[in-house]
Design a protein around this ligand. Sequence first.
Ligand code: SF4
Length: 283
Amino acid sequence: MKNMKIEKAEKLGLCFGVRRAIKLLEEAANKYGEIETLGPLAHNRLLVESLAKLGVRPINHPDQSHGRILAITTHGAGPAVLSEIRARHIHIIDTTCPIVCKAQNAAEELADAGFDVFIFGDEKHSEVKGLLGWAGDKGIATLDMKQIVSSGKSPSRLGIISQTTQTQTDFIKFAKQLIDMFGPKIDEMRLVNTLCKVTQGQQEAAIRLARRSQLMIVIGGSNSANARHLVEICSPLVETHLVETADEVDTSWLEGKHHVSITAGASTPHETVEALIDKLKSL
Ligand code: SF4
């Protein structure tokens, strides 16, 4: 492992949406003391733990709230959830990422205009649950075309959007499959590109780096959608591993390698990336 080159992707780690949310929560914690978030701020354990030290605590549902202040996370929430919180007279701090807001607006506008709204995304992910809420009974979300077949939907007006952190390649493939499936029945189609350009930039930088590396280490939460996508896109190019902390690096991965590269999910704090680099340097 002597003379091992360690290289970071040109674009990686904490995105502006998560930074903005952290700032809003820090200000709110200073002002109000303890506050709650509806779900973890982002899918990164270390980030959630560091916020907990400031008095920011996640809950799973508005009915678990003990406080007066509840923050909506970067992933956003649907209108029914927001109404429920207001009905409980709980003050909302909205940290929904502006890019997620754009996707929510697209879902609502397409549904209002009478389009069936096909959302390319993981229906169990909190962002996608919110998008489904804004699309109302016009929405369906999936990563699996079989689910669309079994839904029995047969739209004449086809609206297509994506969970913000999906890959461009997969979103285009999904849209093409929908057109192939419903082709002759479609009178009108609208595709709104709701992909996050920050995520795309990080994915493209990771691909460029993976092509010239012998090993990629992705650092991020195991339940983070964008960290998992970084692993998915790098894995076909080079040996790739996902770790949440530097301690999870297995030294056997480094044997015989002289060029090891790093990228990080959009909710991975800068210090976590630096700790990984320090660990690799120390080996
Ligand atoms: S990854 Fe993109 S959409 Fe998600 S919070 Fe960050 S900037 Fe917003």
